[in-house]
Structures are given as C-alpha cells and as structure tokens.
Design a protein around this ligand. Structure first.
Ligand SMILES: N[C@@H](Cc1c[nH]c[nH+]1)C(=O)O
Length: 374
C-alpha cells in the first residue's frame, strides 16, 4: 500500500493559526488598521507575487536573494513572492499614484514570505502591517510615523513598548569626510560595527570608529556620547533630529540608541528604528526614512514602518479567552436567536436533539427567550 508520509506535514517555517490564534490575529489586524485609518492613511492592497525586477529595484539595497522565485509560465519572466510590502507601496507611489498630492499616506496589511527565517527565528511566512508617508522624510514625518507605530501596537494590546533608534547611513556619512575610509573598507567597517566586534573593527581599519561601540544604550546617555564623538559636526543635524523625535515620544515608550545597528535595515537612509514590546521575543517591527526610485533620477523620499505582530498574536491568544457563546437547543425560536445575535451574541445551534451545550463549549443556553448562564 502506498503511504503518503508527508501528507500531514507543513514545510519548515510555515504554520496554521487555529481558532484562538486566528481570532487574536483578527483583533490585532483590525486594531492596527483602524489606528492607521484614523490618522489619514489610506489602505491599499497589492498582489502577493509580481515581477522580481519591480520588487528588487525599487529601493537601493533591497536583497532579492531572500525572496521565493519562480518563472511565470505565461510571461516567461521571473516572479517573486513579496517579502516586504513597503517596496510594493513604493511602486504604487511611483506609478499609479505618482500624480497624487504629497505627502501621500498609505497603509497595508498582508502576508509576506522569505526563503529563510530571520536569524534564529525559522518563521518564513509573516503577517506584515504598516504605514508609509511618501514625499517627506523630515523630523515631523519621523515623529508622526514613530508615534503611529506606538499607537498601533498599543491598540493591538502590546505593553511595555520600547524603541531603538539607529542611523543606517552613519558609516557612509562619516566616511565621506570626517573619518575617511577607502571605499573597499567601508563594507568591512560596517559589518564589524554591526557585529559590535571591537577587535574586528580595528583589524578592518576602523580604529577611528571605535567610540561608536560605546554610544549604545538608554537614549540620553548614548546620544550624549555620540555628540561628544562627533567633534567635526558631521552628525550634528542627525543628532538634533534624533533628540527631537525622542523628545516627542515622551513617556509612551522606552527609548534606546544603537547608532551603528544595520541588521534588517536594507534600504533606510538617515533614520531607522526597531520596536519591541514586553513579553514578546524579538523585534515587533522596524521603520525609518528611505528613497523610492522612480521617474526622477533622485527618486522620492519617504518615511514609514512595518509591524510583524505574529509573536504578539501568540501571546494575546494565550491570555484572552474566546468569550461568551449561546447554545440554541434543537427546535429553538429562530427569531429570538436572530435578535440575540443582533445585540452581539455568538450563537451555536443544535443540529439534533442530542447536541449538548457544554460539550460544544458554550457559556450560555437559550431557555425560552432568555440567555441563561451554564
Ligand atoms: N519595510 C521595512 C520597514 C520600513 C517600512 N518603511 C520604511 N521602512 C521592513 O520591514 O524592514
């Protein structure tokens, strides 16, 4: 007899959401998208798969090797599964909505896929929600975007939120003049800084960059150390901007600084941030300023963030129960049941006289016209 041994398996890094998790995911999606909409961000929906070229070349730094790829039997061109909806928003902003007035506020919600998980996390499919403010990468834009990311996470039920700021183009900015580096060394210095490896940094010729490894931690102290290091003032406008954005967060999140962190920031420019919440392992989201390549040679600036709330959904599905439900016995009055649903009851109808309210997980039972607790 033929045995289908892998019939019941899912590929590594992919999984289902069972009812409690799917319910939590629904609540999180709704809370976040409502927060985006309430601040004037219009929802757009993009295909899950499109030409690889359009996804890989919209922003400088996008790494196509993380994307699932296949050949389209119809166009015979290479397609990619989306791994980041932000690049698709960039395409829309540069094409269909190019003529709309700026700033343009767009938001999105969908599943994204990568060939490999991120670091130790094997997950290959994730829920991504975010908001992009196109046409502006000022301090005001960054402050709005950071505040919206916090608000969306709070609305979804996250607590103990913290934000870690970084300066993604830090090494390029310093290497240009203040701390010159030959182009061939820039990548190595960036890598060692990201790995926080002082020895490696010196070996890579980045001795002068060592103090950056000490400008890390709680925001006020770290930014003061970064400012002290920035004697020539190459970073002065960035430091002032960070101070202003951090000031506007007030007490809503704990703020830290890690100026040379590059992990996960493929295309962000002067500002990047990572967002965390209490009880949730790993980052919940990321954002920053960037440039969308389009018709104009210099492209268009933008600021935005993406949230990946899967771990938060797991946490919430463990701590919130499914709520009340009302058993409708065999032969019940359907109009009464409809009235109760209209005022918010979830009903579970018997399919035979033998069906039992408790076995079906109900908290109440319809008796006459009354919902009686069990
Ligand atoms: N899409 C980016 C985050 C981002 C959105 N906008 C700007 N940056 C990411 O997921 O890493």
């Amino acid at each position: 007899m033929h045995h289908d041994t892998d019939r019941d398996l899912l590929p590594e890094g992919l999984g289902d959401r069972l009812p409690a998790q799917a319910a939590a995911a629904g609540r999180v999606r709704r809370a976040m998208t409502d927060a985006f909409a309430s601040h004037g961000y219009a929802r757009v929906e993009t295909p899950t798969i499109e030409f690889e070229k359009s996804m890989a070349s919209r922003m400088v730094g996008v790494k196509p090797r993380r994307m699932f790829r296949l050949v389209d039997p119809i166009s015979l061109r290479t397609l990619s599964l989306r791994s980041d909806i932000t690049v698709q928003i960039g395409r829309i902003a540069a094409t269909s909505l190019a003529a709309r007035p700026r700033p343009l506020r767009l938001c999105y919600c969908g599943q994204v896929l990568t060939i490999k998980g991120d670091g130790l996390d094997p997950t290959r499919e994730r829920l991504q929600l975010g908001a992009e403010l196109i046409g502006n990468d000022s301090v005001a834009a960054a402050a709005e975007i950071v505040a919206l990311a916090i608000e969306a996470l709070e609305a979804a039920g996250a607590t103990g939120i913290s934000i870690d700021f970084t300066l993604p183009d830090l090494v390029d900015t310093l290497a240009a003049e203040a701390l010159p580096l030959p182009p061939s060394q820039i990548e190595a210095v960036r890598r060692e800084l990201d790995a926080k490896d002082a020895g490696g940094l010196v070996d890579a010729g980045g001795q002068a960059y060592l103090p950056l490894l000490y400008a890390i931690g709680p925001f006020e102290d770290a930014i003061a150390r970064l400012a002290a290091f920035d004697a020539g003032g190459a970073l002065a406008s960035r430091i002032a901007a960070l101070r202003e954005i951090a000031g506007r967060i007030g007490g809503r999140a704990r703020v830290t600084l890690d100026p040379s962190e590059r992990h996960g920031f493929e295309y962000q420019s002067w500002l990047g941030f990572t967002i965390y919440a209490a009880g949730v392992q790993g980052a919940l989201g990321r954002g920053g300023t960037y440039r969308i390549l389009g018709e104009a040679a210099e492209g268009e600036v933008a600021t935005g963030f993406s949230l990946y709330p899967d771990r938060l959904i797991d946490l919430l599905s463990e701590t919130t129960d499914e709520g009340a439900s009302l058993f409708l016995p065999w032969g019940h009055d359907t109009e009464t049941a409809a009235r109760l649903r209209a005022i918010g009851w979830r009903t579970v109808a018997a399919l035979s006289p033998e069906d039992d309210a408790l076995t079906l997980g109900c908290s109440h039972q319809l008796t006459g016209a009354e919902a009686v607790p069990l």
